[in-house]
Design a protein around this ligand. Structure first.
Ligand code: KIV
Ligand code: ZN
Length: 514
């Protein structure tokens, strides 16, 4: 069995998904869950991109103990210095440097010749190696690069100190056969290739990212770069859970082992989808809602007689379980604490007290409080950035009027502590509500996208709203949950505005080009 290292880029390439913007504490919660999942390397971000990115990478680097933490850098000294500052206190730091090697990128984007790209790569790998024990070099757009040039460059960056060579299919253009062949040629041609780990990094533009990654592994790659739920630039990255489960279920065919704890997959997928607002399609492999559902009578009959007739993956393997009941209305704080500690979330006594109060409020309205409900509450508490003054929903009312439209009245507490109220009408409850909230906030607010989901099943399931809101020209995600759909919607809207306040207080973004 060969060991395959899992390099997770949910927090870097995944966070580059359109509309995704995670705050520091959300990134930290995801990183901790990635560690519980057993990923070998967590790519925590791109410290030179912004102050916020730098701080998030540093926070993760200082908190994560078992996984190696890496950060992205261009072939610029200041990027490498910034990554070093962010990573210097982590146990197993690694830098990830990239420079494009394809003719189209070199000519139009970089305006550099092959020799200039080669020299720059060697120079910056040498510089990085003086600071980091592990240096990963990525030849961006490797799959559209000239193979002889690629071999020459790889040999020289290895001599300069690179310990991992990553060959990304940056634009999701390659096929399994071609990608596998590229790894084979490089493994057989580059004389010092045995000194490094070879890595694959695939995008899903043609829907082949997972197949391409596995083809790379079959041809010498010992590291797979992937993202939870397959999120990432454009159509996304290879989905971590699909690669992990494919290698496990077909281990008769693939003699490779990873260090992943497979039954942490569902929880990891849930956290990432909740915090990014990127929902999972029902028919998504491994973690989609329908992945373990059997609809046709023939299939149901077969599964009842022997589950393996139609089920190659058991839900238990990836941690999919019934959304079990949590505790009852009369449970005390002690029992509550014992139970929430099972989530392994690093909860302080204050977190537990806040969560217990919310749990009690929920039991007043909801017959059955489930583990998913409690998890949603805990995530909200763990990921709230509370020290910056923010907007808060004080009160709201929505009255349906078929004749004069729906009327909504909202009271908000502003960041400077005033309570402001207004009443407006709209063409439906959410429209009226959002119109009123908008009238109370002195910013340019435009709703781009709005989705409503339930946490678990049943008519009293907790509602979870996600939206994208343009706040003074910046697209922000917002999420909110409550038992009432209108309250969840209001919370999501206010959350997006608050995220804008946090972002613009914490960050002085700098624009990044390659
Ligand atoms: O897709 C890509 O080429 C990348 C690199 C920065 C590794 O994400
Ligand atoms: Zn990428």
């Amino acid at each position: 069995m060969a060991d395959i290292q899992i390099f997770d880029t949910t927090l870097r390439d995944g966070e580059q998904s359109p509309g995704v913007n995670l705050n520091k504490s959300e990134k930290l919660e995801i990183a901790k869950q990635l560690e519980r999942l057993g990923v070998d390397i967590i790519e925590a971000g791109f410290p030179a991109a912004s102050e916020g990115d730098f701080e998030a990478v540093k926070l993760i680097a200082d908190s994560v103990k078992h996984s190696s933490v890496t950060a992205l850098a261009r072939t610029h000294q200041k990027d490498i210095d910034r990554a070093y500052e962010a990573l210097k206190d982590t146990e197993r730091p690694r830098i990830h440097i990239f420079l494009a090697t394809s003719p189209i990128h070199m000519e139009y984007k970089l305006k550099m010749t092959e020799e200039e790209v080669l020299n720059k790569s060697v120079e910056m790998v040498t510089y990085a190696k003086e600071r980091f024990p592990e240096v990963e070099f990525s030849a961006e757009d490797a799959t559209r690069s000239d193979i002889d040039f690629l071999c020459r460059l790889i040999e020289q960056v290895i001599d300069a100190g690179a310990t991992v060579i990553n060959l990304p299919d940056t634009v999701g253009f390659t096929t399994p056969y071609e990608y596998g062949r590229m790894f084979k040629i490089i493994s057989e041609t580059v004389p010092n290739i045995d000194k490094v780990n070879l890595s694959c990094h695939c995008h899903d533009d043609l829907g082949m990212a997972v197949a391409n990654s596995i083809a790379a592994v079959e041809n010498g790659a010992t590291q797979v770069e992937c993202a939870v739920n397959g999120i990432g630039e454009r159509a996304g990255n290879a989905a971590l859970e699909e690669i992990a489960v494919a290698l496990e279920i077909r281990k008769d065919f693939y003699p490779y082992e990873t260090s992943l704890i497979l039954n942490e997959i569902k929880r990891t997928s849930d956290i990432v989808s909740k915090l990014t607002g990127m929902y999972i399609q029902a028919n998504k492999a491994v973690i989609g809602r329908n992945a373990y559902a059997h609809e046709s009578g023939i299939h149901q009959d077969g599964v009842l007689k022997n589950a393996e007739t139609y089920e190659i993956i058991t839900p238990e393997l990836v941690g999919v379980s019934e959304n079990t009941l949590f505790l009852g209305k009369h449970s005390g704080r002690h029992a509550f604490k014992d139970k929430v500690m099972e989530f392994k979330l690093d909860l302080s006594e204050d977190d537990i007290t806040t969560a217990f109060k919310k749990f009690k409020l929920l039991t007043d309205h909801k017959k059955e409080v489930t583990e998913d409900d409690i998890y949603t509450i805990l995530m909200e508490i763990k990921t709230a950035d509370t020290d910056i003054p923010m907007y808060k929903l004080e009160d709201f009312q929505v009255n349906y009027g078929p004749e004069n439209g729906t009327e909504s009245e909202v009271s908000l507490r502003t960041p400077d502590g005033r309570v402001v109220s207004n009443k407006t009408t709209g063409s439906g409850s959410v429209d009226a509500l959002y119109g009123t909230i908008k009238s109370l906030i002195d910013m340019e607010l435009n709703l781009i996208d709005y989705q409503l989901n339930s946490v678990g099943r049943g008519k009293d399931a907790l509602a979870e709203a996600h939206l994208q809101l343009k706040v003074d020209g910046q697209v922000m995600n917002g999420r909110g949950s409550a038992q009432d759909v209108i309250e969840a919607s209001a919370n999501a809207y206010i959350n997006a505005v608050n995220r804008y306040l946090i972002k613009n207080t914490e960050e002085k973004s700098v624009s990044v080009s390659s």
